[in-house]
Design a binder for this molecule. Sequence first.
Ligand code: CP
Length: 332
Amino acid sequence: MHAPETYPPHADEADLQLDAGGRLRHLLTLKGLDKDLLISLLDDAERFLSPAGATTTRSSSLAGRTVANLFFEPSTRTRASFDLAGKRLGADVLNLDVNTSSRKKGESILDMIYTLQAMRVDIMVVRDASAGVPAYIARHVNDYVSILNAGESDVSHPTQGLLDLLTIRQHKGHFENLTVTIVGDIAHSRVARSAADGLRTMGVGELRLVCPPALAPDGDDLPGAQVVHDLDEGLADADVVMALRIQRERIGNLDGIPGIDEYFANYGISHERMKGAKPDAIVMHPGPMNRGIEIESSLADSPASVITQQVTNGVAVRMAVLEHVSKSLAVD
Ligand code: CP
């Protein structure tokens, strides 16, 4: 049996992402990606959207490429949308069953990656509960393989951040002067971190993080954001309200975490609490959603909710990301 692998954090994670020509090579984090590149990804994602009921937009831009989905944590939205995104671009898509993969027998993650690389997998989409795994893999693959982070511990979920930016842009048209309020388990949320990274780059007016003290982020973990513990204060005149799930799988000690009823009473987003936000405020949630805990069920299904639109945008954003990295892999 080999020694357990460790994935030490490196300061250069953001620098790994672009090739010498400035093209997106890996997507590991939204940190370090400039505003022009984010806008280009959002614009390209818009091209892949089609009206509900119409046939989906397709292309053959990834024909001949192979995308492997390597999800070592549960997923519905991200895994399904990377699968659909790859297929709609003409790629071969491999969904590795992690429960029957040789990693379960003790194979190291790098040996698994080298095996897939030898099979000419071009793009590996990785979700893992351990921080540092996507960057660790990106540092070890060949020049012609790209790594996409599909959710990394509590650190980063960059395609979720992009789909959130796209959804906000569709409704508000801009980011400056907007007040965005994220409510819930900020401490353990990769969604909040990537949203904050993207919103900061796009020049958001104000970012508020509302959470119980036990679920507050450490220090300056999300720079530029204001942490508040009172929901009404956080929601006052907000343009965008994003509810988060309590990440129980990442909370070691539940001391200080309110029970369900207390949590909903103090931090649940409801029609009543939303009266403090702007009248045209939109309600977001990354999913999976716990109705009646972080969000009132009828609010999740109300006209203010853009939750299903976020899911639709997720496929389009992932198509845009796949196209961008595929161009960087092309042999000139
Ligand atoms: N938002 C999100 O990452 O959902 P999944 O866990 O279903 O992929």
